[in-house]
Design a protein around this ligand. Structure first.
Ligand code: HSE
Length: 338
């Protein structure tokens, strides 16, 4: 499988690390082998090689901040663009892991359509295109006979979407509710221990949990984007940000959290949606509530179903390697169905 990576931040690098570490096991267990034939970045440069780039050399060059030091070879091209890659031979799957824009979904959204029209599958860790244009994107993929997969857009490597779309197929899901942002959950956990807001936000950024622009995390927009994706995937229509009531954690102080703790309560940033719409807002829960026990960068989601009642999934919600794993799980799904 030949991959073009759009974006080479923590997720793209996480995926490449996994491809290196798991190469033998993936080949042996699943007959899966992947080559990265292109990498497109905003600041490090671009690379394209029809026979595959050297993965270790890619990581080394990325750590140095530029692909300038990536070794030259006869067929290596450095002048290819994202659009060029979406149309290039020697690319089977375009992996979109560039920063999310929840206002327009661009430039990733146009790139998804270009890739589909040139016969490529698309795997997204970037939330924008799926959050904003779910129905059209899926329809176009169907017309092109290609797939758009996006497990990494919600709860990083924890398979929330695969659970909802595959394992729960046949059940009617009436509501989805949970903690969908790792950064704010991590911040709330530390602020409850008395740590200052700015200090814990900086730590979440250092650990690679936060978005490129962390206001998306603290003001609730990242969780809202994930809620749009879950709701669109579950309820089969494109939900809009205007369907949601969104509030983040910016106004919560360590004193609020300590006062809640003194009453046996804990604040969590709760996202919930049903057919009618939804919300993202800080909610005070009794500490005995299952969601109150989800701490650090962990996330949780509860699907309320007709047959099984509540089905809850808890797991890691952010991190480059973990989101890289979600992309890998989508690539393996494409490989299984090839
Ligand atoms: N910034 C996101 C979070 C990353 O903190 O949950 C995972 O999508």
């Amino acid at each position: 499988m030949k991959l073009a990576l759009i974006g080479f931040g923590s997720v793209g690098q996480g995926l490449v690390r996994l491809l290196i570490e798991k190469q033998a096991a993936l080949a042996q267990q699943y007959g899966f082998a992947a080559q990265v034939t292109a990498v497109i970045t905003r600041s490090r440069g671009n690379l394209y090689h029809p026979e595959g780039l050297d993965l270790s050399a890619l990581l080394t060059a990325a750590e140095k901040g530029s692909f300038a030091g990536y070794p030259d070879s006869p067929d290596l091209r450095r002048d290819i663009s994202a659009e060029g890659v979406a149309a290039a031979p020697y690319v089977d799957v375009v992996v979109e892991a560039s920063p999310t824009d929840l206002r327009t979904g661009q430039p990733a959204l146009d790139l998804c359509y270009t890739a589909l029209e040139h016969g490529k599958h698309v795997v997204l860790a970037n939330k924008g295109p799926v959050a904003l244009d779910f129905v059209n994107l899926m329809e176009r993929a169907k017309q092109c006979g290609r797939q758009v997969l996006f497990e990494g857009t919600v709860m990083s490597g924890t398979p929330a979407l695969r659970l909802a779309r595959e394992a729960l197929a046949g059940a009617v899901v009436s509501q989805v509710r949970g903690i969908l942002n790792g950064t704010t959950n991590y911040m709330l956990s530390l602020m409850e221990q008395g740590r200052a807001y700015d200090d814990v936000l900086a730590e979440a950024q250092r650990l690679g949990y936060a978005e490129a622009d962390p206001t998306a995390d603290v003001d609730g927009w990242d969780a809202a984007g994930k809620l749009l994706i879950l709701a669109s995937a579950l309820f089969g229509r494109t939900f809009k940000l205007a369907d949601l009531d969104v509030r983040g954690i910016r106004d919560l102080t360590p004193e609020d959290l300590r006062a809640a703790a003194a009453d046996g309560m804990r604040y969590k940033l709760i996202a919930e949606a049903s057919q009618a719409g939804g919300s993202v807002q800080p909610v005070k829960l009794p500490v005995s509530h299952p969601l109150a026990g989800v701490s650090g960068a962990n996330n949780a989601v509860t699907f309320t179903t007709d047959v099984l009642g509540d089905v809850t999934l808890v797991g890691v919600g952010a991190g480059g390697l973990q989101t890289g794993f979600a992309v890998l799980s989508d690539l393996l799904a494409l490989h299984r169905h090839a």
